[in-house]
Design a protein around this ligand. Structure first.
Ligand SMILES: Cc1ncc(COP(=O)(O)O)c(C=O)c1O
Length: 413
């Protein structure tokens, strides 16, 4: 990486130079060579969020309701993130920051360690905004002249952004199949400017097969479109499944037509802190994106973003392993209990996509009926587009003891 690259965002904004860290000294050898005991994290005890302004809990509506709608976790995040924030907060100057380019290498190291893929640190843009804002800026960067394609059911943010930007968009209905949804085989409508895909899929937790993602990237390259793979749930892929990182899954010749979007928000339960990163292999698109970012007065290397991202990616791995074990156990308890009502067995994240009629709930008013009968608040499937009518999405990232209560309440169905 060159100095020019390091300066690419800072120059646009304040003519700041990048931070250069002194090399990290090698850790001193320790007397014992015995492996350190695995750290333990408490995902069982109820975790009170009262007084924290949690929007998930604000939606709960009534005392005693367990909110299972909004996608964040009622579980304590990694201690490393809390410690890093506290340590930074103790230094009482919170002025403008510059981008520490080692943050890009940290992202590449993360992908190598967690997903076994090689990401070029040059592809990485470290963003001081959440994924939704990053998507908006990306769409503004490419200025779609042709329709944007999105699968349905799909995370509602894509359609909301298209509507807010008055972009024409076409839905691609996903096909239900025994192992989970399938991407439509094509041919897709042409011309198209972009295809937006949540990968893994929100709402169903489906991990798309590598071949399907590779095929979409090939289609994008041939069609002059951009495949935007929103992978904010990708680091929550359950053991036994392989998450296809779109920019490295695409054939090298198609990479410049692909962008991967990710963030530490969902993975490490810090979505309230504006932070995300994009992997943009095409240097021209990267440069245009950086200009669009600067036009909003945003620049790579925000104070909170860097503090949280560095701590999460650098030290959050053991916590994430423990979290995934907890989520898989919770998923199994719920899918065993709800059986055929589960529309697609989750392979990632903490979202359960359910058929309301199979639960004995009225398809048109299932959310209200579940709330009234069981005191459980869910997301209405209709929010996810036409393919979501008659479904509910339940967030099961709950402490073990709260999940006991949820299972008991489901007996009231
Ligand atoms: C697939 C996907 N992308 C993006 C987001 C939005 O993230 P944020 O609102 O934190 O920017 C979400 C949130 O649920 C999501 O599920």
């Amino acid at each position: 990486m060159t100095d020019d690259d390091f300066r690419r965002t800072d120059d646009r904004f304040h003519q700041l130079s990048s931070v250069r860290r002194p090399p990290t000294p090698a850790p001193a050898p320790t007397a014992s060579t015995a492996p350190a005991p695995a750290p333990s994290f408490d995902f069982d005890t109820p975790f009170d969020r009262t007084g924290t302004g949690s929007s998930k809990w604000a939606r709960a509506d009534a005392p005693g309701v367990i909110p299972m709608g909004l996608a964040d976790m009622d579980l304590p995040g990694p201690p490393a993130v809390a410690e890093a924030l506290a340590a930074r907060a103790r230094h009482r100057a919170y002025g403008y920051t510059v981008c520490d380019p080692t943050g890009r290498t940290l992202v590449a190291d993360w992908y190598r360690a967690r997903h076994g893929v090689e990401v070029d640190p040059d592809w990485v843009l470290l963003l001081p905004c959440g994924p939704r804002t990053a998507l908006r800026i990306l769409l503004e960067t490419i200025r779609p002249q042709a329709p944007v394609l999105l699968p349905t059911p799909e995370w509602s943010g894509f359609a909301q952004l298209c509507r807010a930007m008055r972009l024409p968009h076409h839905e691609l209905p996903l096909r239900p199949a025994p192992g989970g949804y399938r991407l439509p085989p094509g041919p897709f409508p042409r011309p198209a400017a972009a295809v937006l895909l949540s990968s893994p899929h929100n709402p169903s937790g489906r991990v798309w097969p590598s071949g399907a993602v590779r095929g979409l990237a090939a289609w994008a390259a041939e069609s002059g479109a951009l495949l935007v793979s929103d992978e904010v749930h990708g680091d929550l892929t359950h053991p036994g499944h392989h998450h296809p990182v779109a920019v490295t899954t695409a054939e090298p010749a198609h990479r410049s037509s692909v962008v991967t979007l990710n963030s530490v928000g969902k993975t490490f339960n810090c979505s309230g802190i504006p932070s995300s990163f994009v992997l943009v292999p095409d240097p021209a698109l990267r440069a245009r994106f950086t200009v669009a970012l600067a036009d909003y007065g945003l620049w790579e290397g925000g104070l909170l973003e860097q503090t949280v991202q560095r701590a999460a990616l650098g030290a959050g791995g053991p916590w994430l392993d423990a979290l995934l074990a907890h989520l898989v156990a919770a998923r199994t308890r719920l899918t065993d209990r709800l059986g055929p009502a589960v529309r697609s067995a989750p392979q990632a994240s903490y979202l359960l996509w359910l058929d309301a009629a199979a639960l004995g709930l009225p398809a048109g008013d299932a959310r209200a009926a579940l709330l009234a009968r069981c005191g459980l608040e869910a997301s209405d499937g209709a929010e996810f587009g036409p393919g979501g009518a008659g479904a509910l999405r339940l967030n099961y990232a709950l402490p073990g003891r709260v999940l006991d209560t949820v299972l008991a309440r489901l007996d009231r169905l």
